[in-house]
Design a protein around this ligand. Structure first.
Ligand code: GSH
Length: 80
């Protein structure tokens, strides 16, 4: 699972904090990808999802924008 994000984006912080609260460790349970504007990570976001927006989650075939949707998706996945 990859989370495309950047540090100063509040929506990205919201997702990272929620992942922390779920006990998920970056580099172990998911990969954090730097995706501020002009980075290769942002190019990948646009290529994979069609929009230049973060946070963006990729989990296998699942691709998702929207911080709340991302947190709900991962919460459901953890409890199922
Ligand atoms: N409703 C979205 C808002 C996401 C959003 O506005 N992200 C900003 C960065 S914090 C963004 O991608 N802006 C366009 C850009 O950085 O190029 C969410 O909750 O994830």
């Amino acid at each position: 699972m990859k989370l495309y994000q950047y540090r100063t984006c509040p929506y990205s912080s919201y997702v990272r904090d929620a992942f922390d609260e779920m006990g998920m460790v970056p580099g172990k349970d998911y990969e954090l990808v730097e995706a501020s504007r002009g980075t290769p990570g942002r190019e990948e976001v646009v290529r994979l999802g069609g929009l230049s927006q973060v946070p963006f989650l990729v989990d296998g075939e699942t691709r998702m924008y929207e911080s709340r949707d991302i947190v709900s998706y991962v919460r459901n996945k953890q409890t199922s």
